[in-house]
Design a protein around this ligand. Structure first.
Ligand code: ADP
Length: 402
């Protein structure tokens, strides 16, 4: 039985899935979330196949203790799904930043681990926890192979003129300051899934993929390779997001810092946590609340947030259609892309000059499933495709270990 354990370690949380790969990963054995790692009252929510959901509260001092708890629950005779830890074939780790070193997923050797550690300075919020997950797992299950799957890897095919920032060149040479992009596993998965569903040749197509979740990014994909993407050195650049600004005049940030006397931490909180849809609306970062406030309560700032959100996606689609010299396929994914007919409609309307025409009635019905929303005569095919980053991690892990 080839079971892959997928781990996504955040700074204070661990998400996991145990996937049986016998049927290309269609069999999800268990999934769960351990919250408040390193804080009081860590909470584990666990759901195993054909069993009642299980919740427990524990003292979990760090990631190693957290992973140990998860492994114990997985082999527990009542709540678990496997008889022993030997039933885990390999472990796949989500790693946020792979820098320039990793253009694909990698079997974790000492050399690979060191390189992931080196990327901590590029992603100080995410890579430390990813790295801790790896070293903890090496201690707990030293015999089991582990694979790292990077959010940045898919975008390593961008040409240099797309990934460079117009800063002094030495900052690239000495400090590797450049665009890397994120959500790579998701962009790749939904692109390939859409091509497969629509029977399109993924090696001969111009596609734009929109990953719209709490974080959001958009990618231009030519013949299967990412040629540009909206997130940059960090996940702040690009589209407007739940709480992040996306593209912003750097001069405006300097002006605010000077005027308000903000230090770096305050400026960081401003652009990462207090802005975006939440900052504009004053209502919420959650698109469901924004839609309710805009349409049910007539809240003007929620309406403005929605208009800004979709306008910024439209501008990127225009830019990427130019970068690609046309577009054949647009894919919507992520919590908002999969579920918000309002955002999809606002993004796609008045785009007939590009050959985009969606079926409004069909668009309203599609939630969380893989389905075409463009009309048959639309030159550009527009499709909604649920993402599944864990499945990509499990498949890559199985392929590399085999
Ligand atoms: P993350 O980036 O954290 O993985 P998701 O991709 O799960 O997030 O997206 C979460 C977001 O999806 C929520 O904040 C919410 O705004 C949005 N969302 C989920 N369901 C709906 C819905 N039915 N309508 C509009 N937005 C939705």
């Amino acid at each position: 039985m080839k079971n892959i354990l997928v781990l996504n370690c955040g700074s204070s949380s661990i998400k996991y899935q145990l996937i049986n790969m016998a049927n290309n990963g269609a069999d999800l054995l268990a999934k769960g979330l351990l919250d408040r790692v390193g804080l009081d009252n860590s909470k584990l929510s666990h759901k195993a196949k054909d069993k009642e959901p299980y919740e427990t509260t524990h003292e979990v001092s760090d990631h190693e203790a957290g992973i140990d708890l998860i492994l114990k629950v997985l082999v527990d005779p009542e709540k678990g799904v496997i008889n022993s830890l030997d039933d885990i074939f390999a472990v796949g780790h989500r790693v946020a930043h792979g820098g320039e070193k990793f253009s694909e997923s990698a079997l974790i050797t000492e050399d690979v681990r060191k390189n992931i550690e080196k990327c901590i300075e590029l992603a100080p919020l995410h890579n430390p926890a990813n790295h801790k997950g790896i070293t903890s797992m090496q201690k707990l299950l030293p015999e089991i192979p582990q694979v790292a799957v990077f959010d940045t890897a898919f975008h390593q095919t961008m040409p240099q003129y797309a990934y460079m920032y117009p800063l002094p060149y030495e900052l690239y040479e000495e400090d590797k300051i450049r665009r890397y992009g994120f959500h790579g596993t998701s962009h790749k998965f939904v692109f390939e899934n859409a091509c497969e569903t629509l029977n399109l040749d993924k090696n001969n197509i111009k596609a734009i993929t929109c990953h719209l979740g709490n974080g959001a990014s958009i990618a231009a994909i030519k013949d299967g390779n990412s040629i540009d993407t909206s997130m940059g050195l960090t996940p702040v650049e690009g589209l407007m997001m739940g709480t992040r600004t996306g593209d912003l005049d750097l001069g405006a940030l300097l002006y605010i810092m000077r005027k308000k006397g903000h230090d770096l931490d305050q400026a960081n909180a401003l652009i990462n946590k207090k802005s975006g849809v939440h900052g504009i609306s004053g209502v919420s970062y959650d698109m469901r609340d924004i839609e309710d406030a805009a349409f049910k309560d007539g809240n003007k700032r929620a309406q403005l947030a929605l208009n800004m959100y979709s306008y910024r996606i439209r501008k990127y689609i225009g830019a990427y259609a130019t970068a690609l010299n046309g577009v054949d396929l647009i894919v919507f994914t992520g919590g908002i892309g999969e579920n918000s007919e309002v955002v999809r409609q606002a993004v796609c309307e008045n785009m007939d000059f590009l050959g985009i025409k969606i079926d409004e009635e069909k668009n309203q019905k599609i939630r969380g499933k893989c389905e075409l929303i463009s009309v048959p005569e639309s030159k550009v095919k527009v499709i909604v495709t649920p993402t599944n980053e864990e499945l990509v991690i499990a498949r890559d892990t199985a392929r590399i270990v085999e």
